[in-house]
Design a protein around this ligand. Sequence first.
Ligand code: COA
Length: 134
Amino acid sequence: MFPVIKLVSETLPERYNPSIFNYFYETFPKGFLVAEQYHKIAGVLVSVMLNENIAKILMISVTPEHRRKKIATHLLTQLMKRLAQKNIKQVELEVRTDNQSAFNFYQKQGFTTLRRLEHFYQNGEDAYSMRKSL
Ligand SMILES: CC(C)(COP(=O)(O)OP(=O)(O)OC[C@H]1O[C@@H](n2cnc3c(N)ncnc32)[C@H](O)[C@@H]1OP(=O)(O)O)[C@@H](O)C(=O)NCCC(=O)NCCS
């Protein structure tokens, strides 16, 4: 779990209590995906179930040296396959309005923007709420 926590803390602005990662893994192991290259972590995707029909992506991150090589695309594709097997109908997420790379990424993967959430983050930043149906 340490490489996941390290990657997230180095690439995302949110500060997470390290123990939360074990909690996420234990509550929804199929939604906790790690990409490796040459036995080193290259990316991670963490999601949870909101209810029996809806999953939520909490975070996705790829190490800077592995970006633009479709690692996040691969992680998301794997998640979608797993969710489809569980008959889940919808995936939701929030993304910072100034996170152009993540916003572009999710748009390219077929997510649509539902609304802008004002002051969604602790530092007052806004989010876009996005959704994709399976
Ligand atoms: C967003 C992120 C996960 C994308 O990972 P990635 O593995 O580089 O993404 P992919 O290679 O699968 O990209 C697929 C497509 O998404 C879009 N995209 C990805 N990164 C982009 C960027 N920096 N700028 C513009 N579009 C981008 C492109 O359309 C890309 O296709 P292309 O390379 O053929 O143009 C990565 O940039 C990252 O880890 N960012 C920091 C963490 C973060 O902000 N996470 C999201 C909030 S939780």
